[in-house]
Ligand binder design. Structure first.
Ligand SMILES: C[S@@+](CC[C@H](N)C(=O)[O-])C[C@H]1O[C@@H](n2cnc3c(N)ncnc32)[C@H](O)[C@@H]1O
Length: 254
């Protein structure tokens, strides 16, 4: 867990140990400043611009895995976990922040036609997602891919999804965006469905790096979900698999 990364002393020590990373960091810091000014504190508009730059450079890199090999492996990791946790072809799945379908193409392949819904705030990454559908010859599965500007999920029907999945999305979101999702996801989640999301966990002070990467204490997210009536659990069996942690929300058993 990241504890002191936000502290200046940690950053100076880190820079001295990794001088080759100073220039890329400064480039990102300059982009951060320009985009923050241009988007005037609107985080979704800001992150959409980040994705526009990153997709133009490398669509696979934009979701965090520049090589094809790592892109495939990270999708497999997500898919295998859902399978282990009971995902069936007749389930209806919503992927929040679906990106260019790193996991999505495997989900689409596994599910019956029209059972996969993906949404994202980035038009550029959704265009890349269209290419992924074509590349894997999944057109007949008719995945539903939507551009959104918030996480109110208002275009989706109530009680519709067995599984809602968000990998490496809340790691890029300030708390108000996550809470907006918590406020609305219960409406579209079936009574026995679950919502899994990953996040960057810290045992120390919550912080963000350049408005791109956000770190939360697990209890902040667990408490916020419970305050909204969900059963919320930290998924220990995910911990050894990935650097981000995972939480699952369910409706309370009646
Ligand atoms: C690191 S990528 C992960 C993509 C995908 N989940 C995967 O694992 O391949 C993060 C994705 O979340 C999207 N995203 C970021 N903030 C979002 C938000 N508030 N609502 C929906 N999508 C968001 C980004 O546009 C990007 O496609």
């Amino acid at each position: 867990m990241a504890d002191e990364r936000h502290q200046l002393t940690y950053r100076v020590r880190y820079a001295l140990r990794h001088p080759d990373r100073i220039r890329p960091y400064l480039r990102r810091a300059w982009r951060d400043l320009k985009l923050r000014i241009r988007t005037r504190g609107d985080h979704v508009a800001y992150y959409r611009e980040v994705m526009r730059h990153d997709v133009a450079t490398n669509p696979r890199g934009a979701v965090g895995t520049p090589s094809r090999e790592r892109w495939l492996a990270l999708g497999q990791l997500q898919f295998d976990y859902l399978l282990e946790h009971g995902l069936q072809p007749h389930h209806d799945v919503l992927e929040i922040g679906c990106g260019n379908l790193r996991a999505g193409w495997r989900l689409i392949e596994h599910l019956e036609p029209r059972r996969y819904h993906g949404l994202d705030i980035s038009p550029d990454v959704l265009l890349a997602a269209n290419h992924t559908v074509a590349e894997h010859a999944l057109q007949d599965k008719e995945p539903n891919l939507r551009l959104v500007e918030d996480l109110r999920l208002e275009h989706l029907p109530a009680d519709r999804f067995d599984v809602v999945h968000a990998h490496s999305v809340f790691s890029h979101c300030p708390l108000d965006v996550i809470l907006e999702c918590f406020d609305h996801v219960g409406r579209i989640l079936r009574a026995d469905g679950f919502f899994d999301f990953t996040f960057n966990a810290t045992a120390g002070e919550e912080h963000h790096v350049l408005h791109e990467d956000y770190y939360y204490r697990p209890d902040t997210l667990l408490d916020a979900a419970r305050a909204r009536g969900f059963e919320a659990v930290f998924l220990d069996d995910w911990e050894p698999r990935h650097k981000q942690s995972k939480i699952r929300l369910r409706h309370p058993a009646s």
